[in-house]
Ligand binder design. Structure first.
Ligand code: UFG
Length: 329
């Protein structure tokens, strides 16, 4: 089996590439390296530098490599940036996916696993969130991901393609080797930001809002280890290879932690006091996001293994303390 990973040099992509290589699956990676890092790509994978909006690049790749299934991570993913520059998100995320599907149809590649997000739900109607719940994104990032899902659905109907969309909750942690991990610029995610304090790069963590209707007033999220996400992609590819129907799955641990609890756990892991400052709410943050992943467990046989927040933060710390500047040092 040969799998093409688009965006395989990014955070979740690079962990998935490594997991695929470890299962001796043939892996081809394509990435434009705008936000991805070539150092993150497993040396066992074959690498092509290129952009999914370039139909000639994709047609050429599909004609050179006999691809059985595609895993699609190639998208922009900063919520705040998507609000200030929505067209950048429509261009890369939506137009890119349109070109990709055009090339897949032309080249008879009919299976795709797609990186979606809890941001497709917007403000949740129920906790835990089910795949069948209302989807009303509150930012262009979530909106483009939801539109991508719909583009897959209609293209699948028309051209006999099958897709799996994986809606991740809060991806975090790093590979146990300590060689790959999260490296965004700018960094906006809570755990890497917290770890900048013990790393001497930041004096305190700003807590965005302390008056949410939650146990300690701070937002609650479902933190899911990137290695568990990587495994879900492999299971989804196998599901499609075995004839599975197109479907959408949530991926989370089903347990919520508040911002204060995450900081407290990071203090325990790093031994650093990690000072905090309570500041205003960040626009667009729902109070609580917790997944029901029962469907992924039942249909894909997914079983997240790293469900302890302490273990998740310890793995992230193992990466960040040795790579304070990501891949650039
Ligand atoms: N937070 C802080 N201080 C910080 C950074 C974050 O208090 O310096 C808080 C946020 O307000 C939020 C929580 O920590 O309550 C987690 O924030 P992240 O930015 O780490 O993650 P989000 O929950 O905002 O985002 C995640 C994914 C997105 C996805 C979104 C769905 O990373 O891709 O969930 O809402 F779109």
């Amino acid at each position: 089996m040969k799998v093409l990973v688009l965006g395989g040099a990014g955070y979740i992509g690079s962990h998935t590439v490594k997991a695929l290589c470890e299962e001796n699956i043939d892996v081809v990676v394509a990435d434009n390296l705008v936000t991805g890092h070539i150092e993150a790509v497993d040396s066992r994978a074959k690498f092509y530098k290129g952009d999914i909006r370039d139909i000639n690049f994709l047609d050429d790749l599909f004609s050179k490599e006999k691809i059985d299934a595609v895993i699609h991570f190639a998208a922009y993913s900063l919520v705040g940036e998507s609000v200030t520059d929505p067209l950048k998100y429509y261009d890369n995320n939506l137009c890119g996916t349109k070109v990709l599907l055009e090339s897949m149809v032309k080249n008879n590649v009919d299976k795709i696993v797609f990186s979606s997000t809890a941001a497709t739900y917007g403000e949740p109607e129920n906790i835990p969130i089910l795949e069948s719940d209302r989807t009303e994104p509150t930012n262009p990032y979530g909106e483009t991901k939801l539109s991508m899902e719909k583009m897959f659905k209609w293209t699948a109907n028309a051209h006999g393609l099958r897709f799996v969309s994986l809606r991740y909750f809060n991806a975090c942690g790093a590979d146990e080797s300590g060689k790959i991990g999260e490296a965004h610029n700018p960094e906006t995610h809570l755990i890497p930001i917290i770890l900048q304090v013990p790393n001497g790069q930041r004096e305190f963590v700003s807590i965005f809002g302390n008056d949410y209707p939650t146990k300690d007033g701070t937002c609650i999220r479902d933190y899911i280890h990137v290695t568990d996400l990587a495994q879900a992609h492999i299971l989804a590819v196998k599901y499609l290879m075995n004839g599975g129907n197109s479907d959408i799955f949530n991926l989370g641990n089903g347990v919520g932690f508040s911002v204060r609890e995450v900081i407290e756990t990071a203090r325990k892991v790093t031994g650093h006091p990690i000072p905090v400052k309570d500041v205003e709410r960040r626009a667009g943050d729902p109070a609580q996001l917790i997944a029901s992943s029962e469907k992924a467990k039942k249909v894909l046989g997914w079983k997240p293994e790293h469900d302890s927040l302490e273990e998740i933060i310890a793995s992230a710390w193992n990466w960040h303390k040795n790579h304070p500047n990501g891949y650039t040092h």
